[in-house]
Design a protein around this ligand. Sequence first.
Ligand SMILES: [Zn+2]
Length: 214
Amino acid sequence: MPCLTYREALSARLDGEPLGMPARELDEHLSACPRCAAWAAAAEQVTRRARLAPAPPVPDLTASVLAALPRELPGARTAARARIAGTALRLVLLAVGVAQAALAGPVLVSGAGSMSAPVHLAHETAAWNLAVAAAFLAVAAAPRLASGALPFLGSFVALLLPVTLADLDAGHVHADRAAGHLLLLAGVLLVATTAWRGRRRGLPAAVADRSVTA
Ligand SMILES: [Zn+2]
């Protein structure tokens, strides 16, 4: 076999490719043919140098990549806006809760402002109104409680609104007292919005359940 065939096989070996002949045959020729052995040594050197050669220099793109990045990560602005809206919601709910407590508190203590209602009925109503105020304040302090408070608050308002409208119509209630219920309505709407925002954030059901029982 001509030397060229062995050198092709050697070249293939250096490249990690199939030799095209038994490896033993190639080794036997290398030990028998000094010219091919010298060629093999030189080829090995060249291959080694080529593999160890430093990588061609590449321009440092760090600055231009950093400059091309958006100033804010996508969604960061939306998230910040959502946080501000959430805080504003809680502050308004806090104000509504305080106002609701301010309306109900004095009645609970003195029975004043009860209009024509019997004293105990006025006390009982004031206790309910104060409890609603406490629920508003609790949700303002811990928004995760919103969905748990909603069944009670929602049904209270859903029942109170139609009877108040009917009582207004029939003259059973003064307009100013009926107007006080608007505060209740506002608070419940705020709690409902808070609960909706919490759901939208995709809280796992387990966390939502825990917040209800907490
Ligand atoms: Zn040879």
